[in-house]
Design a protein around this ligand. Structure first.
Ligand SMILES: [Zn+2]
Length: 451
């Protein structure tokens, strides 16, 4: 910081150089530095570099909202604990959604719950032709019946789902409350959305419905997912999940020996597929994640199933992998049929169903949303690493709509495990970063001057 100030001071003296003798210039510079340093540096040291009188954070209402976070951290912790303790497996989010709905309604927002269960609180802007969405997913990966009681240990909160996405939901409510408490009127309409169906086979259905409903007016989407302030997801990792199903007549292991066997066919297909070459750049992966079939050790099965996850930084590679999987299954089934001793005793059928698809996409580097995040980072003194990941932001990014995913502050770990934890220390920095990014794109309503 100090070095930067000194450089600036020298630069300002530069136009004098051609007009004056070197010695005089040196003396002038020395005087200038001595005069300026003691007065300017303590002030500048306290001010982030982007700070200037016209900046967002210098507006009294924005400042009040930023202060709100620092004063109300306990409230945010408590809401996070309450929401986390309401079970919300994907497709069973309704109870937790109702709790979020009540809090958003108490902030004076106009609330609606859409057909599939997303809760949306609307804060109208002075220009209602465009909207900015701040979203956090309601659902967790934990099945119904998982014990969820938040424990406090030292500075930590521990429970399944406490961070993913207890932190995001608490952040969503805190930002809404801070904006309302400070009576901020945005220029664009802000939608605070707690959405269903982000995890696993939820397949981003909540975000898909939000985008469908608001696409024509959508300026940007900011997703709050989990904790942290160190990253910004601007690249959507594409994935596709497929289920292979092979069926046949089935029979007795001894008396029907020789008839085509769906498990044999699946094994033949799988061995072919796992030899498929994938590039390291763009990074491309596959996983044979679940295999099932058969009813007993002494029966020829009538069915065999395989679930496969395909991911790539480039969607063309996913399409290539899917077509390779289809070729391998067709070939595996053909091998089994050709090699069956009793081919006429039943035919194998196969099909591949898509059980999930997350499209890819990237935020352009010159995006105004990313610029807003960068200014917010600069203001709070944070640095963000750009990440590629699979989040609700995949949907808008795949459609060319500006979107990012952020952690909602603090730190956490053990996501998707029973040991999940969250530590709120430093949460206010994360919330300030979110608020400034949101207002950076939504803007403030023009002030009405005295008339
Ligand atoms: Zn999540």
């Amino acid at each position: 910081m100090k070095r930067r100030i000194a450089t600036k001071t020298l630069k300002r003296a530069e136009p004098l150089l051609p007009l004056l003798p070197v010695r005089t210039v040196k003396q002038l510079l020395l005087c200038a530095i001595l005069l300026v340093m003691p007065f300017r540096s303590p002030v500048l040291a306290n001010r982030p570099r982007s700070f200037n009188p016209s900046s967002l954070a210098d507006q009294p209402q924005v400042r009040a909202a930023l202060d709100w976070f620092t004063k109300n951290l306990r409230w945010v912790d408590d809401e996070q604990v309450k929401l986390t303790e309401i079970p919300a497996p994907s497709f069973q989010e309704a109870k937790r959604a109702d709790a979020v709905r009540d809090i958003l309604a108490s902030e004076g927002l106009t609330i609606q719950t859409d057909k599939i269960g997303n809760v949306i609180g609307e804060l109208p802007g002075s220009d209602e032709r465009e909207v900015v969405v701040l979203a956090a997913h309601l659902d967790t990966v934990f099945p119904a019946g998982t014990e969820i009681k938040v424990r406090r240990e030292g500075g930590r909160l521990l429970a399944p789902g406490i961070s993913d996405n207890g932190t995001g939901l608490a952040g969503l409510l805190a930002v809404a409350r801070a904006i309302q408490a400070a009576k901020i009127k945005p220029r664009l309409t802000i939608l605070f959305a707690a959405n269903v169906g982000e995890e696993g086979e939820g397949n981003l259905r909540g975000m898909r419905a939000l985008i469908d409903a608001y696409r024509a007016k959508l300026r940007a989407v900011i997703v709050l997912d989990g904790s942290g302030t160190d990253h910004v997801t601007t690249k959507a990792l594409a994935s596709r999940r497929l289920e292979v199903l092979i069926t046949g007549p089935g029979g007795h292991s001894w008396s029907d020996f020789g008839m085509p066997n769906p498990i044999n066919a699946l094994v033949r297909a799988s061995v072919r597929f796992i030899n498929t070459k994938v590039p390291t750049a763009p990074r491309t992966t596959f996983n044979l994640g679940q295999i099932e079939g058969g009813t007993s050790v002494n029966s020829i099965p009538y069915e065999a199933k395989l679930k496969v996850d395909l991911r790539s930084e480039n969607e063309d590679e996913i399409a290539r992998l899917e077509s390779s999987l289809r070729d391998c299954v067709a070939a595996g089934v053909k091998d089994e049929m050709d090699n069956a001793r009793e081919r006429n005793r039943g035919k194998l059928e196969w099909k591949i169903n898509q059980i999930g698809s997350r499209p890819g996409g990237e935020l352009p580097p010159d995006s105004p949303l990313l610029a807003a995040l960068r200014s917010a980072d600069e203001y709070v003194g944070n640095q963000s690493r750009v990440e590629r990941s699979s989040t609700d932001a995949n949907i808008p990014l795949s459609l060319g709509i500006e979107a990012i995913a952020l952690g909602a502050g603090g730190s956490g770990g053990g996501a998707h495990s029973l040991q999940e934890w969250y530590e709120p220390a430093g949460r206010d920095l994360g919330l300030k970063r979110v608020l400034l990014t949101l207002l950076g794109v939504a803007g403030l309503a023009p002030q009405k001057g005295p008339s």
